[in-house]
Design a protein around this ligand. Structure first.
Ligand SMILES: [Zn+2]
Length: 75
């Protein structure tokens, strides 16, 4: 897929990136985008991906390309 990206030295698909953020398998994921902010921990580039952890839920997750930092828009 064209929108695979490198995260912490590994090539990931949108679905794989969503799984890393969620810490679990996800049903579906959209394309990976560049987030508008830098990583608060290391200043690295942050990627953003929208995904569905379950049928009824849509979450936007962010993950640093260089370190373990990640976040979701879930309350
Ligand atoms: Zn970072």
């Amino acid at each position: 897929m064209a929108d695979n990206r490198v995260v912490q030295g590994r090539m990931v698909t949108p679905g794989k990136l969503a799984e890393i953020i969620e810490g679990d398998s996800v049903m579906d994921a959209e394309s990976i985008e560049d987030a508008s902010q830098d990583c608060p921990d290391c200043g690295g580039n942050v990627l953003e991906v929208g995904y569905m952890p379950s049928v009824t839920e849509f979450v936007t997750g962010q993950k640093c390309q260089d370190c373990d930092w990640s976040e979701t828009d879930r309350d």
